[in-house]
Design a protein around this ligand. Structure first.
Ligand SMILES: [Zn+2]
Length: 143
C-alpha cells in the first residue's frame, strides 16, 4: 500500500534527485491533499492516473514538485511549492477530466482544498491548491 492508504508512492510526486537525497522524507515537500485527490480521480475514472512515472521507467519526472533550480515551468509556479500536479488519465481526454473536476468542484474544494486548474492544456490536467479566496473554480490560461 502506498501513501495515506492510496495506491500512490512518494516518487510519483517528486523528481529523482529529490527522492535520492530525501527518500521517504520527500513527503515534507508535498501537499498531502494532492495524493488524496489523485486517488479520488483514480476511483472516479476507474483508470490509470499518472503524475510522475520515472520511478516505473517512464519519462514524467517534473509533473509534481519542481525544485527552484529546475528549468521547467514558471518561476513562481505552484509546482515549486509542492502544491501542483500535472495529471494524465488513461483513456480520458484532458477536457473530459477537467469537466469531471468542474462537476465536482465544490466537493473537491471542501474535501481537498482544490482551487485551480489550467484551461486548455492539451494532454495533461494541471491542478493546484493555491489559496484564491474564490468561491468558484479558478481557471488560469495556459500560455
Ligand atoms: Zn502544472
Amino acid at each position: 500500500m502506498g501513501l495515506l492508504d492510496t495506491s500512490f508512492i512518494i516518487q510519483e510526486f517528486v523528481p529523482r534527485k529529490v527522492w535520492e537525497v530525501w527518500r521517504d522524507r520527500s513527503i515534507w515537500f508535498i501537499n498531502p491533499n494532492m495524493i488524496l485527490f489523485v486517488q479520488w480521480l483514480k476511483d472516479q475514472t476507474d483508470s490509470t492516473v499518472t503524475v510522475n512515472d520515472w520511478c516505473f521507467g517512464g519519462s514524467y519526472e517534473f509533473s509534481g514538485l519542481r525544485p527552484f533550480d529546475c528549468q521547467i515551468g514558471a518561476n513562481m509556479s505552484q509546482h515549486r511549492f509542492g502544491n501542483a500536479i500535472d495529471i494524465k488519465v488513461k483513456g480520458w481526454t484532458a477536457e473530459q477530466v477537467r469537466n469531471l473536476i468542474r462537476d465536482h468542484w465544490k466537493f473537491l474544494h471542501d474535501k481537498f482544498g482544490l482551487t485551480t486548474i489550467e484551461k486548455d492544456t492539451p494532454t495533461w490536467i494541471h491542478a493546484d491548491f493555491r489559496f484564491t479566496g474564490l468561491n468558484y473554480l479558478f481557471e488560469v490560461n495556459y500560455k
